[in-house]
Design a protein around this ligand. Structure first.
Ligand SMILES: *[C@@H]1O[C@H](CO)[C@@H](O)[C@H](O)[C@H]1NC(C)=O
Ligand SMILES: *[C@@H]1O[C@H](CO)[C@@H](O)[C@H](O)[C@H]1NC(C)=O
Ligand SMILES: *[C@@H]1O[C@H](CO)[C@@H](O)[C@H](O)[C@H]1NC(C)=O
Length: 382
């Protein structure tokens, strides 16, 4: 059997179609997706529908909702922004004890909106090591119950994980090759958790603030924390012979190195929170608008460069800037801190350009186009 000239023309057409679609996707899939943490609520903030539209026009790829409300998830149903949802810590004991509690949460926050709302990841809890209640015995059972419940609902593509804080889970920042997970949780909690991530192809989620490490280490130059490329801004890891030019990469590689020592080489890293405050209390002399702008612009530029980190050429998979709206934090010592990148009237606080970043899930489009082409060619052949 031979192809007719018509079929050949179609074949050329679809190959052209295929490559014109896939090349830009393949070109950008190595870049990490850049997003923001969106703390919603408060009558002074714009409606979630308006927020979703604005974020889409700013080319923000992904949004993290630390305490998701169904109305906010619904607002993102008509955008191509992917969502990372966090289940609040207070739900963890109940979800650990009975899978139907996990199912109930999913019925409210996922089932009505998925897959139109592009939920990519669910974090079971946020920084439980910092919580006043000891939740460590409940965490893994809760994670497993959420995972099982999703599968019971026939949802297989949403990743399940939890979020740790870098400073609560790592022993050291420098040299990265010497970093390990803190005991006693390293063996009791982190390793079984990494097992789960490896089994389910999920990612490790970390709140990672160079700002905090810089504040507690007087020998770190400010330019090194702010992505300023200067001749003397580097530190060498003498064990691996690797040179670091910014603090962010060093912290990410500390995590990658600790995972490798524990036997896990390829678990993707998602930075769920990072940022720099533009103002703080009297002790926070480096919380300034100029530094916050340098950090956020430097971070986005570094991620968009596609250089990755010295230990992992594809770098982090996703990064969420903390946070979207610039407003007074509600409680305690953080009352004077401002972290946001947009004012409540939706104007940009800094001139950050997100348009060179990847979208989460570009590879899915590639697979769809591929099978479309195969199906059409097969029909032609017959
Ligand atoms: C879990 O909760 C469901 C519904 O509330 C209940 O029927 C079931 O008996 C519970 N299972 C356990 C093991 O407690
Ligand atoms: C994880 O990924 C591997 C390789 O892509 C695949 O073979 C395996 O089925 C995946 N496992 C799950 C649980 O999705
Ligand atoms: C938005 O709010 C900021 C901060 O309050 C203010 O400086 C700016 O002028 C406002 N922009 C508009 C267009 O209202």
């Amino acid at each position: 059997m031979s192809l007719s000239s018509e079929s050949l023309a179609l074949l050329f057409f679809f190959f052209f179609f295929f490559f014109s679609f896939t090349l830009p996707i393949m070109g950008s899939s190595a870049l990490p997706a850049i997003g923001v943490t969106y703390v919603h609520g408060g009558s002074h903030l714009p409606r979630p529908e308006r927020v979703a539209t604005t974020l889409q026009s700013l080319k923000i790829a992904c949004v993290r909702l630390p305490a998701p409300d169904p109305d906010v998830i619904r607002a993102f149903s008509y955008s191509n922004i992917t969502l990372l949802l966090s289940i609040p810590n207070s739900f963890i004991p109940a979800m650990a004890s009975n899978q139907s509690n996990a199912l109930r949460w999913l019925y409210r926050h996922v089932v009505p909106f998925y897959p139109r709302a592009r939920i990519s990841t669910i974090s079971v809890g946020n920084d439980i090591l910092d919580s006043s209640a000891d939740l460590s015995d409940f965490l893994l059972p809760a994670i497993r119950n959420v995972y099982q419940a999703l599968h019971e609902l026939g949802i297989h593509k949403i990743l399940v994980s939890t979020t740790f804080s870098f400073i609560n889970v790592m022993t050291t920042t420098f040299p990265p090759s010497a970093a390990e997970f803190q005991e006693p949780i390293a063996d009791s909690l982190v390793k079984p958790f990494l097992d789960f991530l490896a089994e389910t192809n999920s990612s490790i989620l970390l709140n990672l603030y160079p700002y905090n490490v810089y504040r507690s280490n007087s020998e770190i130059p400010i330019g090194y924390a702010l992505f300023q490329e200067q001749p003397f801004n580097f530190r060498d890891d003498l064990i691996t012979g690797v040179r670091y030019r910014n603090l962010f990469d060093m912290m990410v590689d500390a995590v990658i190195s600790a995972m490798a020592v524990a036997g896990y080489e390829d678990i993707p890293v998602i930075v769920t929170e990072t940022g720099w405050p533009s103002s703080g209390d009297a002790t926070e002399v480096d919380a300034s608008e100029a530094y916050a702008e340098m950090y956020n612009k430097g971070l986005v530029g570094h991620l968009q460069s596609g250089l990755g980190t010295p230990l992992r050429k594809e770098g982090v998979a996703e990064t969420y800037i903390f946070e979207l709206f610039d407003e007074d934090m509600k409680q305690g010592s953080e009352s004077k801190r401002h972290w946001g990148i947009l004012y409540p009237n939706m104007t940009k606080k800094y001139g950050i350009d997100f348009s060179g970043s990847a979208q989460v899930g570009g590879v899915d489009n590639l697979v769809v186009v591929f099978w479309l082409v195969v199906a059409i060619l097969w029909l032609q052949w017959k």
